[in-house]
Design a protein around this ligand. Structure first.
Ligand SMILES: Nc1ncnc2c1ncn2[C@@H]1O[C@H](COP(=O)(O)OP(=O)(O)O)[C@@H](O)[C@H]1O
Length: 181
């Protein structure tokens, strides 16, 4: 099963993706986690990406698309994956279509997590990661609204929505139900 997870920063996509990944038996591929791992290991990609993450800006699509192409081409992803944090722009969605075409694969669906702005700001401040200061959070939400939210229209034919307010288990049950599992 090949799914894209959409939703504002702090919607709990990463938490839900980790659980869904176990239950569905496909890898969780998070671009945010891939960037943070590269930053931790001080790879060339990490050194380049760091300034964008620190500001809450998008890493340029060329870098991001190539990183995703490499990751989804790994053997553990042949039968599917949960993409978390990608695509984040309509251009990236088009790049994803190209990448899937190269793999002779197609998306099975898009799961959109819905949650209010105030809830996500509170969740991110509580999480307290390095890129979770209030200014950076506000910038990431602006980037989400301007660049990522248009994907809700782009994918309108294949989206199922999930109310992401509530306990982790509750939201997970809703996500599985939305997928017909
Ligand atoms: N698809 C992407 N394109 C460009 N930059 C990205 C992408 N995915 C992640 N990033 C970078 O990584 C940061 C953290 O992403 P992520 O861990 O998904 O945050 P969150 O889960 O809070 O939305 C983003 O603010 C951005 O700088």
């Amino acid at each position: 099963m090949r799914l894209v997870l959409l939703g504002p920063p702090g919607a709990g996509k990463g938490t839900q993706a980790a659980i869904l990944s176990e239950k569905l038996g496909v890898p969780h591929i998070s671009t945010g986690d891939l960037f943070r791992a590269n930053i931790g290991q001080q790879t060339a990609l990490g050194l380049e990406a760091k300034k964008y993450l620190d500001a809450g800006d998008l890493v340029p699509s060329e870098i991001t698309n190539n990183m995703v192409r490499a990751r989804v081409s790994e053997p553990d992803a042949v039968n599917g994956f949960l993409l978390d944090g990608f695509p984040r722009t309509v251009d990236q969605a088009q790049a994803l279509e190209g990448i899937l075409g190269e793999l002779n694969a197609k998306l099975d669906g898009v799961l959109a997590f819905e949650v209010d702005d105030e809830v996500v700001v509170q969740r991110m401040l509580a999480r307290g990661r390095a890129d979770d200061t209030e200014d950076v959070i506000r910038n990431r939400m602006r980037v989400y609204r301007d660049e990522t939210a248009p994907l809700l229209d782009h994918y309108s034919g294949q989206i199922v929505t999930v109310d992401a307010v509530g306990e982790v288990d509750e939201v997970n049950a809703r996500a599985l139900a939305a997928l017909g599992k």
